[in-house]
Structure formats: structure tokens, C-alpha cells
Ligand binder design. Structure first.
Ligand SMILES: [Zn+2]
Length: 349
């Protein structure tokens, strides 16, 4: 019998790798038993780990982190369409299906959303960073044979980016600025390339992440810490950028993005932050579209399809893979933007 583990956060900086009991069979109705293969560490996991939460969302009881993962079906109900041995990507999003937003087809705004690895509600919703779990059949999306668990674990952030691009105009023939070259910025870069953007400029303050962004399809990268005027080529007229995919939530980056966006251009705000000052005069005067984007709905299935079909290669952004037993070291590494973009946990190591 193998030794099953869970990566459970007890408080800020108190991440423990603990033995995992057999998953509760009571939760097995309509669910498949999944053995996790890979899990990706996301920015929100890092906020929980580094700060004990973000904004009003705080870790108030121990929680198993993780909402990006892929695993192998160990057992599935008859007629579920899932077979033992099959690779599946796990969607962490479980809307209630009955509230006003679910009925309106806006499940991502569900009033009773259960999202794996989220401390939003009490009791907290445990996440995917554990060896085995029961997961609703409808949230286990089979991955085509060509893709591996590392690729499949990228479905969740890819779904986030697909939804974000759905909030932007068609990128074909457009000049696109991506601010922030973390995993979301890197995937947005790859998608902008696929969607036919003519020029993709990526900014960050780390050469390491910018190098990954170039491998994901950026034409030009600018380290705005080393080169504060690096976007000068795009300030002509009232701005030369058509669409900004803002992935940093950094006030300076946002102000700079607003400056270089052309009249009636669009800024999709993907990075999340709190209250910050904005140059309203430019937003108003240039008639900019400043739009938010939140998680995903049907895009998860599309993300898994794209990964399985080999339409997008997320592998350049997976900079390190560590055994899940070394979760704390993996989280520390994931928090070091000078050395990592996406760090994955390997639950089979
Ligand atoms: Zn709902």
C-alpha cells in the first residue's frame, strides 16, 4: 500500500505534509476516485501560504490547498464515461446550479460556489494537493492520449486565460501588451499568438519570467525595472496598444498600460488587487474599455480540448517539478519570481 499524503496549510508559513486517510466513501456518490498525478501552485495558493490569505479571505482552519491538478481515475461510477487508468483534468469549480446567477448562465458568479482549495467560506473547501480524492464526475474532464499530466494540470489557468480573452475584442491583427509574465501572463501570451496578434509586448520586472514569455510567443519583452522608458515606442499619438492583458495588478504597470493604450482600446484586468489610484482622466478622455474577468465556466472543457489536441504548449512555463513531499520547498520556490514561473507538485514521486 502506498503512502498517501496531503499538503495542508494550518496558518501562514505553516504548510505541513501529512498522512492522508482513505477518502471518505460517503462522498463517493456521483464521484470518481482520482489519484492525483500533478498539481500546479497558483498565485492564490501562494497568498494563503505567505500571508494566510488575501484581502478579506483568510485561512481560519487547516485547509488542503490546490485548484490546478490532473490525475488518474482509480474508480468511477457505472455509466459515468470515465474508466480506470484514464487521465483527467480536474475542474475546481462547482457552482450550485440553482441560484439566480447559475440560472442566468453565469455560473462563475454563483452565490454558493464551492471552489476547491478556497478559504472563502467556512468550512473551507479542501483542494487538490493530496494523493487521492473523490471528485464529481462532471468535474473530471478526460484528456486526449497525446497529453501528459503536466500539460493537463495547466487546464485551469488556461481556462482562466481563455475566459479573459473572451472579454477582449478579437486579437487578430492587433498589437497586444501583456503586463506581468507570471503563469497567467505567459499563457495569455501564447493565446494572443494563437489568435493572430501582430505584435505581443510583455512587461515584467524579472528577466527570468520575461525569458519564459518570449518562449511562449512574445515578440518583445521589456524589463520595466531596468528600462523604465521601455514602452516609449508605444506612446506615440495617444497610444499605440490596441489591447492590454493586465496580469500584474501593479499600480505602476496599470498606469503605464493606460498611457500606451490607444483611444477606444481595451484593458482586460486579470490581476487582482485592492484599492489603488488610477488616471481616470485618460480612461475617460481616451474612451478606454476597462473590463474585469473572473475565473471561467465552459472554458475549462475548451482548455482540456486544446491541451489534448496539442494546440497550445504550456511546457515552457513549467519551470520546476518537485515531489509533493517537498511541498514547502516547492512553495518557497514558487514565491521566487527570479527563478520560477509555474512550479508543479508531483504526487507520484
Ligand atoms: Zn449558483
Amino acid at each position: 500500500m502506498s503512502y498517501d499524503i496531503a499538503c495542508r496549510l494550518h496558518a501562514a508559513r505553516d504548510l505541513r505534509v501529512e498522512p492522508l486517510a482513505d477518502p471518505d466513501a460517503d462522498s463517493a456518490a456521483g464521484a470518481a476516485l482520482i489519484r492525483i498525478a500533478r498539481g500546479g501552485i497558483c498565485g492564490s495558493d501562494l497568498h494563503y501560504y505567505q500571508d494566510g490569505g488575501f484581502g478579506p479571505v483568510r485561512v481560519r482552519e487547516p485547509i488542503i490547498l490546490g485548484h490546478e491538478a490532473a490525475g488518474i481515475v482509480e474508480a468511477a461510477p457505472e455509466g459515468s464515461g470515465l474508466a480506470p487508468g484514464q487521465l483527467v483534468a480536474l475542474s475546481p469549480s462547482r457552482p450550485c446550479g440553482t441560484c439566480e446567477y447559475c440560472r442566468a448562465g453565469l455560473e462563475r458568479h454563483c452565490l454558493s460556489m464551492r471552489f476547491n482549495g478556497s478559504a472563502m467560506r467556512l468550512p473551507h473547501e479542501d483542494g487538490f494537493f493530496r494523493s487521492r480524492l473523490y471528485h464529481p464526475v462532471a468535474q473530471c474532464i478526460p484528456v486526449a492520449a497525446g497529453a501528459g499530466a503536466s500539460d493537463a494540470a495547466g487546464a485551469e489557468p488556461l481556462a482562466v486565460c481563455l475566459h479573459a480573452l473572451g472579454r477582449a475584442p478579437d486579437l487578430a491583427g492587433r498589437r497586444v501588451l501583456v503586463t506581468g509574465a507570471g503563469p497567467i501572463g505567459a499563457i495569455c501570451t501564447a493565446l494572443a499568438r494563437l489568435r493572430g496578434a501582430t505584435e505581443i509586448v510583455v512587461t515584467d520586472v524579472q528577466d527570468f519570467t520575461l525569458d519564459i514569455a518570449r518562449r511562449m510567443g512574445a515578440d518583445r519583452s521589456v524589463n520595466v525595472a531596468a528600462e523604465p522608458d521601455g514602452l516609449a515606442d508605444y506612446t506615440g499619438g495617444k497610444g499605440r496598444i490596441d489591447v492590454v492583458l493586465e496580469c500584474s495588478a501593479n499600480p505602476h504597470a496599470i498606469a503605464q498600460a493606460i498611457t500606451v493604450t490607444r483611444p477606444q482600446g481595451t484593458i482586460v484586468q486579470i490581476g487582482v488587487g485592492g484599492i489603488l489610484p488610477l488616471p481616470l482622466n485618460l480612461i475617460v478622455g481616451k474612451e478606454l474599455h476597462l473590463v474585469g474577468t473572473h475565473r471561467f465556466d465552459a472554458e475549462f472543457g475548451e482548455a482540456v480540448r486544446m491541451i489534448g489536441a496539442g494546440e497550445i504548449d504550456l511546457s515552457p512555463m513549467v519551470t520546476q517539478v518537485l515531489p509533493a513531499a517537498e511541498a514547502q520547498r516547492a512553495f518557497d520556490l514558487a514565491g521566487d519570481r527570479a527563478r520560477s514561473v509555474k512550479v508543479q507538485l508531483d504526487f507520484r514521486a
